[in-house]
Design a protein around this ligand. Structure first.
Ligand code: ATP
Length: 355
């Protein structure tokens, strides 16, 4: 089921948590709301769920499959939730936890005992916990509990799945496993899903589409590769992955960088006051080219998929470059050596120009 919100505003005691937010989620899509703490992600999710009411505004709309649900209560919207803190019923077994939503239905719509049994067993298989039905939540690991929370949300056959930092309380390794699992699960179920996270790696790996939020607004919506490689503005560029920011005057693809007393050139037209370069877009050389940043190797980190070299310019500013191990060994770099850093690619953001 597709979801659309239009012109949503929400303020708490004069503080704007959402300001004219519009978003479309296609049927069967898994989208991630990504942004720093306080940017409005959870508020937007809660408004979609019906747990929070948006400010009164004539233009505001919350549409589920094209139908306005703004006046519908939570239960009527048929959404499944999973929150950061699993909040399973402690005194109930895994089976009872998953069956809960079905058992509390009014008699007329409640499935039979045998149907509930069948559905729960199916879900236990789906979350790869068959045979765990009789355990109590306290007898499960954190990751297993979160999978049970997901099965409990899925038991009522929701039309939409809303996940608010579902793996937030788990350690990095478990999170990674669950991420891949969630992606596989989504490919099997194709349920429209909105995932709130402030973990960019999680969002970029799991989601079909990323919604980058900042200060109550949406900055960009796009596929993971789109927001990462073609950020719409400085905020998205800075928020997703590491970036070197150089300040200075940029004209016609030539940048005079005042903060590091150097210049950079690349072959695209651009005008602006700052240049953004990702670490892998920088090159290191032992000999000076036409331009580039002269500096000293300050740190080398080889614990990763490439060599991370931190170069300090004469003004003390640090530049982070990532080069292949092959190139690193070819250069035979050592700490304290003088090198020259140049840019293969750079971005400048101005209202009218962008490269
Ligand atoms: P986080 O990643 O930290 O959960 P978020 O992006 O989900 O952040 P929200 O929880 O949506 O952000 O909050 C947006 C802003 O609205 C924050 O500044 C928050 O303090 C404020 N806010 C949210 N709920 C309330 C509330 N019930 N009362 C007052 N202020 C609130």
């Amino acid at each position: 089921m597709g979801i659309e919100v239009q012109h949503i505003y929400k303020s708490f005691n004069n503080y704007n948590a959402l300001q004219d937010v519009s978003l479309k989620v296609n049927d069967g899509e898994l989208i991630a709301l990504l942004g720093p703490s306080g940017s409005g992600k959870t508020t937007l999710l809660r408004i979609i769920a019906g747990l929070e009411v948006p400010d009164l505004c004539e233009e505001s709309k919350i549409l589920f499959h094209g139908k306005d649900v703004a006046k519908q209560r939570v239960a009527e919207r048929q959404v499944g939730f999973v929150f950061q803190h699993y909040a399973l019923f402690k005194h109930m077994s895994v089976f009872e936890n998953i069956a809960f939503g079905l058992k509390v239905r009014p008699r007329a719509t409640r499935p039979s005992k045998a149907e509930i049994q069948h559905r729960v067993n199916e879900l236990l298989r789906l979350i790869q916990l068959d045979g765990f039905g009789n355990r109590l939540p306290s007898q499960l690991s954190g990751g297993q509990r979160q999978r049970v929370a997901l099965a409990r949300a899925l038991a009522i056959a929701p039309k939409v799945l809303l996940l608010d930092e579902p793996f937030g309380a788990l350690d990095a390794k478990v999170r990674q496993g669950l991420r891949a699992w969630l992606r596989r699960l989504h490919e099997e179920l194709h349920m429209t899903t909105i995932l709130v996270t402030h973990d960019q790696e999680e969002a970029l790996e799991v989601a079909d589409k990323i919604v980058v939020m900042n200060q109550a607004k949406i900055e960009q919506v796009g596929a993971p590769e789109e927001v990462f490689h073609r950020p719409a503005n400085e905020f998205v560029m800075d928020f997703l992955g590491h970036v070197n920011v150089f300040h200075g005057r940029v004209e016609n693809g030539r940048a005079r960088l005042t903060d590091i007393g150097s210049k950079l050139t690349w072959n695209r037209e651009a005008f602006g006051n700052a240049v953004y370069v990702r670490p892998h877009e920088l090159e290191i050389d032992r000999v000076a080219g036409d331009d580039g940043i002269r500096g000293t190797v300050r740190r080398i980190n080889l614990a990763g998929t490439c060599a991370k070299v931190v170069v300090a310019s004469s003004s003390g500013n640090e530049v982070v470059a990532e080069i292949s191990f092959e190139r690193f060994h070819e250069l035979g770099l050592q700490r304290g050596e003088t090198v020259f850093v140049s840019a293969k690619r750079a971005r400048v953001f101005t209202p009218d120009y962008e490269i």
